[in-house]
Design a protein. Structure first.
Length: 382
């Protein structure tokens, strides 16, 4: 591609980086092309036409093998088997902008935005602050050590947190957990890449990235000090941990779900056992109500006779969606290569709902995943 671009240009000049200290040299090249017959400036290229390491990391082609990002959404609070315990698993390789955008998309797809009704409107309550996620991903790409072979950025999502780890510890000074991030110095392992990301407005080059992660997270509705992001580094790695702001909010005294709330579905994870609108002591639904039983299996969400442990509504009730789960098993028997997306479209539900159903089938030992998401298949156990 580089040779093709050079051939297409009338004139060309090479620059290893944006020359902030040699403005005259840079302006001379720009002026020559602007006032002459035109030409092309190539950044990240040496004078003999070879890509610099920074240039290679920003090309469309996957030239630097270590320029990869592995993203996994685990079922639960810890890691397990990638085939049995991963709800979603993606591997990305390419230039740094491609990795950043796909990392953002992966976290967005695998997280939720809940809401609460306040006054006459509603307040969105995302699991994570979007800007904090971007800053953490940028930090992992800008400050990582690309000389460590066989290493890549890892994004691990759990029920209660996201961990973003990158190769290479602190560039200078002690471990990050031993420093005050309010007074940390701005030192960059990869200054050329950092400069380009700054010009694309992904970072500020002021040593403020970690502070911004903390500050943006503190703006989340319902923020407490327990949700403050944590940072940890060793001599060979750096990890940012973002806490799920909505973890633990599902269930007791959840004020987001009402009996007749049109936004509440049978499988809505926001339905709580002691929900103020659907509770044992609810003023409209009492324990002694002749039509309402605590374990009433015939009660629906919008039915005036609502039971707390209704078979159709429960946070941890394994009988939720039994019919759909059985049908999923039948469809897998007929087509063992069927995807989560296809199942979601077939039943008119979200992929997250299908993932929970599949997790239930795996837990019951009825199915196993053999191979990757793209090339693998479902194994049906007798």
């Amino acid at each position: 591609m580089l040779n093709q671009l050079i051939i297409e240009a009338t004139e060309c000049d090479f620059k290893r980086e944006v020359e902030t200290k040699k403005v005259k040299s840079w302006m001379k090249s720009v002026s020559a092309f602007a006032n002459g017959i035109g030409g092309t400036l190539f950044f990240g290229v040496t004078t003999d036409g070879h890509l610099t390491r920074a240039g290679a990391l920003l090309t469309d082609q996957h030239i630097v093998y270590n320029s990869r990002m592995f993203c996994t959404h685990w079922n639960g609070l810890g890691k397990g088997s990638i085939y049995d315990d991963a709800l979603d698993d993606k591997e990305f390789e390419g230039n740094l902008i491609y990795l950043l955008q796909n990392g953002q998309d992966f976290i967005k797809v695998n997280s939720k935005v809940r809401f609460s009704k306040e006054g006459r409107g509603r307040v969105d309550k995302p699991d994570y602050a979007e800007r904090a996620v971007t800053e953490a991903l940028v930090n992992s790409l800008i400050h990582r050590d690309y000389l460590v072979m066989g290493a890549e950025v890892h994004v691990d999502m759990f029920d209660d947190r996201v961990e973003i780890s990158s190769p290479g510890g602190m560039y200078e000074g002690p471990a990050i957990q031993e420093q005050d991030i309010e007074h940390i110095k701005s030192e960059r392992r990869n200054p050329v890449i950092a400069d380009l990301f700054h010009r694309m407005r992904y970072m500020e080059r002021r040593g403020s990235g970690l502070r911004k992660i903390v500050n943006e997270t503190s703006k989340l509705p319902g923020y407490t000090n327990e949700l403050k992001p944590t940072f940890y580094s060793t001599t060979s790695s750096f990890t940012v941990i973002l806490k799920n702001a909505n973890y633990g909010d599902v269930g007791v005294n959840d004020e987001n779900v009402g009996v007749n709330d049109g936004d509440v579905g049978v499988n809505d994870s926001d339905v709580g056992v002691n929900d103020v609108h659907v509770g044992v002591n609810d003023s409209d639904v009492g324990v002694n109500d002749g039509d309402v039983g605590v374990n009433d299996a015939d009660v629906g969400v919008n039915d005036g006779d609502v039971g707390v442990n209704d078979a159709d509504v429960g946070v941890n009730d394994e009988s939720v969606g039994v019919k759909r789960i059985d049908e999923i098993l039948i469809m897998m028997q007929g087509n063992n290569a069927i995807t989560k997306t296809e199942l979601a479209e077939q039943f008119g539900v979200t992929e997250r709902t299908i993932e929970r159903d599949i997790a239930m089938l795996k837990k019951q030992g009825k199915i196993e995943r053999v191979g990757s998401d793209k090339a693998g298949y479902w194994k049906i156990n007798p």
